[in-house]
Design a protein around this ligand. Structure first.
Ligand code: ASP
Length: 582
């Protein structure tokens, strides 16, 4: 038996007991006459003691030869610790070792395996198995497991069943590039890895499964902007005989359950906002509503006052930044440079200070009287002490820029509190989205999303105005879930592919199986998928999903530990009928 207890288990009640522990040597303190060793495993840490008076000379010598991260097994008596450590659950006891064995030696680890480490990101990723021994990483993985268990329990209690769907499939259009896998047995042909199990979960509904979920890997070959991974995990769900309201209710329930069980936070009905309102009020389809700073459109009150910059623009829009009237000239200049950076691309910012004494002062005093600025203050709901910031330009672009500034300022002002949770449903997304590059419409969610029946007539005249039965769940400014009520008849699906620019032949070749299935009694159905990594990170209070993934990839999509991707050897290429041209 390798162990009778774990390294996190022993307490004062165990004093006098003979125990066996196994684990890793975290730290050794050698005073010559006494040696203390911190022994660690997943469950905690226990102090071992070797003492000249009570330990044989030989064992003292062996103990002195231990190194960090050696794996050892010890036998000994649980004794009361002289200098207790209140910060450690096992801090009142220690083990007086009577026997020990090195199960495996270790090289000196390339970084310290403690809560805070001297190892940089790259090094820790290369030796991720060592990084995982550290408490913060270990705890994140355990936290992820806990979230997963709550998801499984909740959905099972609502009659959902988990069904696995294949990874070697054909393209699923979720808006990214596919990862492809060559087929050895089918010369010149390729599988695609699923960007999501979308078509399969719909086929499960045709198959009568009624309520499906799966915690499942998805693969998307996209440029790895901010905190994305080429393979990530979804909580993927689908239900038959449902309308949008049914889906929102169930998954609002799931989210509420997770917030309560995991964070102890109780939240009432989630607010809902249309996509159009979210864009108008926050310039963003995933607004963080933990703080205000709502957009106020100022065209009416700023135009035709002789200020050309505003007069010529499609949209003039502002926000009130709480308590920022005291910003110095330099602080404001920094904000102006911030919005002018290429990543934001704004031409500049106009500001107006609403001073504590009620007076108003702006960067455009030449054109606007204090009376005018009072109106700006009313529109932006600014209070004395606030700073009003105004941007102007093409409507969509300006909203996006102001949204970035709003988020930046909220972070700076400490308004994005990790322990506060503000969920929000965004509904009525547009069905189609114009793509300038290809000069055609794309499905904003995916091509299986149904249009709102009352908007179908607009498809022929103003396709961009058609709204979809599509919804996103937003939490603290992050899209944590998204889904839609699907098309479930062949004609509408064929019409949709037609609008998206597929010829009937292309549609048949790519999605014939789905349209065929729709001819055999497909029930009305809809679903949603949550980003499991992101949801876990938000609940865990961390910014990056990497912290919750055991073996994440770096920004270049590489696994630096196993050194993948890698070249194939000639024999393998030949077997796969592939030739590499570089
Ligand atoms: N397949 C969709 C996605 O991955 C989710 C859904 O529509 O259920 O975003």
């Amino acid at each position: 038996m390798y162990r009778s207890h774990t390294c996190g288990e022993l307490r004062e009640d165990h004093i006098g007991k003979e125990v066996t522990l196994s684990g890793w040597v975290q730290k050794i303190r050698d005073k010559g006459f006494m040696i203390w060793v911190d022994l660690r495993d997943r469950y905690g840490m226990t102090q071992l003691i070797f003492d000249e008076e009570r330990t044989s000379k030989e064992m003292m010598k062996d103990a002195a030869g231990l190194g960090r991260e050696f794996v050892i097994q010890v036998k000994g008596e649980v004794i009361e610790r002289e200098s207790k450590n209140p910060n450690l659950p096992t801090g009142n006891i220690e083990i007086l070792v009577s026997e020990f064995k090195i199960l495996n030696a270790s090289l000196t680890p390339p970084f310290t395996i403690e809560n805070t480490t001297d190892g940089g990101e790259e090094l820790r990723m290369k030796y991720r198995y060592l990084d995982i021994r550290r408490n913060p990483v270990k705890e994140s993985l355990m936290f992820r497991h806990k979230v997963g268990m709550h998801v499984r329990n909740y959905l099972s209690s609502k009659d959902f069943i988990e069904v696995e769907t294949p990874y070697l499939i054909k393209s699923t259009p979720e808006g990214a590039r596919d990862f492809v896998v060559p087929s050895r047995m089918n010369e010149g042909q390729f599988y695609a890895l699923p960007q999501s199990p979308q078509t399969f979960k719909q086929l499960l509904m045709v198959g009568g499964m009624d309520k499906y979920f799966q915690i499942v890997k998805c693969f998307r070959d996209e440029d790895l902007r901010a905190d994305r991974q080429p393979e990530f995990t979804q909580i993927d769900c689908e239900m038959a005989f449902v309308e949008q309201e049914d889906i929102l209710n169930i998954f609002e329930g799931l989210t509420r359950h997770l917030l309560k069980e995991i964070k102890g936070v109780e939240i009432g009905d989630f607010p809902r906002m249309t996509y159009a309102d979210a864009m108008k009020k926050y310039g963003n389809d995933k607004p963080d509503i933990r703080f205000g700073m709502e957009f106020a459109e100022l065209d009416e009150v700023t135009k035709n006052k002789g200020f050309n910059v505003f007069d010529q623009q499609e949209l003039v829009v502002g926000i009130a930044v709480p308590g920022a009237a005291s910003y110095t000239r330099k602080e404001i200049d920094n904000l102006i440079s911030w919005v002018k950076r290429p990543q934001i691309g704004s031409t500049g910012l106009v500001w107006a200070k609403y001073n504590e004494d009620g007076s108003l002062k702006s960067s455009v005093d030449k054109f606007y009287s204090e009376e005018d600025l009072k109106v700006w203050a009313e529109k932006t709901s600014a209070k004395p002490g606030d700073l009003i910031l105004v941007m102007a330009g093409p409507a969509d672009k300006t909203r996006t820029q102001l949204s970035a500034l709003r988020m930046h300022l909220a972070t700076e002002l400490g308004l994005r509190n990790h322990e506060e949770f503000a969920p929000l449903w965004v509904v009525d997304f547009p069905l189609l989205e114009w793509d300038e590059d290809t000069k055609r419409f794309h499905a904003m969610h995916h091509p299986f999303t149904s249009p709102k029946p009352e908007d179908i007539a607009l498809l022929a005249t103003e396709p961009g105005k058609v709204r979809a039965n599509a919804y996103d769940l937003v939490l603290n400014g992050n899209e944590i879930g998204g889904g839609s009520i699907r098309i479930h008849d062949k004609e509408t699906q064929a019409m949709m592919f037609d609008y998206l620019g597929f010829t009937p032949e292309e549609a048949k070749a790519q999605f014939g199986f789905l349209m065929d299935a729709f001819q055999y009694g497909a029930p009305p159905h809809g679903g949603i998928a949550f980003g499991f990594d992101r949801l876990t990170a938000i609940l865990g209070g961390q910014e990056t999903i990497r912290d919750y993934i055991a073996f994440p990839k770096n920004n270049a999509g590489r696994d630096v530990m196993i050194d993948a991707p890698a070249a194939l050897d000639e024999a393998q290429l030949k077997e796969l009928h592939l030739q590499v041209k570089l």
